[in-house]
Design a protein around this ligand. Structure first.
Ligand code: ATP
Ligand code: MG
Length: 139
């Protein structure tokens, strides 16, 4: 199978709790190649743009407040079947429902403060990678 890319974010709750190194270790152990990375703080407007697909959801205001509340680490990851593989590594959205051994199960606080983001399909991965990285960072 061809290599695929996905966009991962270590969210403010995890960065704030000092979990960046632990999550990067799991990314490497799972066999992903890190193509690009950056540490940044999203503005509220940037968080709204990134999560625009959720703008009608009741949790949109809280989610975008949370995502702009502190620094995030953004990563372009590559592997075979990277999109599904990273979502499997993260675990289910709600840490209480996540499988044992996943990042969200072990470190997630609640359904919002769930440590990490991952693209959910090839079209959203393409949008999200280009949202954060210029094409020359993804060569
Ligand atoms: P992500 O897109 O961040 O990888 P996901 O695809 O597992 O997570 P989505 O349904 O896309 O889940 O929701 C995006 C994010 O919104 C979740 O990761 C979580 O932080 C927040 N969220 C989702 N559902 C709820 C909810 N019911 N209440 C509060 N926050 C929620
Ligand atoms: Mg999602």
């Amino acid at each position: 199978m061809a290599k695929e890319r996905t966009l991962a974010i270590i969210k403010p709750d995890a960065v704030g709790r000092g979990l960046t190194g632990e999550i990067l270790k799991r990314i490497h152990e799972a066999g992903f190649q890190v193509i690009a990375t950056k540490s940044m703080r999203l503005s509220k407007a940037e968080a709204e743009g990134f999560y625009a697909v959720h703008r009608q959801r009741p949790f949109f205001a809280d989610l975008t407040d949370f995502m702009s509340s502190g620094k995030v680490v953004v990563l372009a990851l590559e592997a075979e079947n990277a999109i599904a593989k990273w979502r499997d590594t993260m675990g289910a959205t709600d840490p209480a429902q996540a499988a044992p051994g996943t990042i969200r199960k072990e470190f997630g606080v609640n359904i919002q403060n769930n440590c990490t983001h991952g693209s959910d399909a090839p079209d959203t991965a393409a949008f999200e990678l280009s949202f954060f990285f210029p094409s020359h960072d993804l060569l």
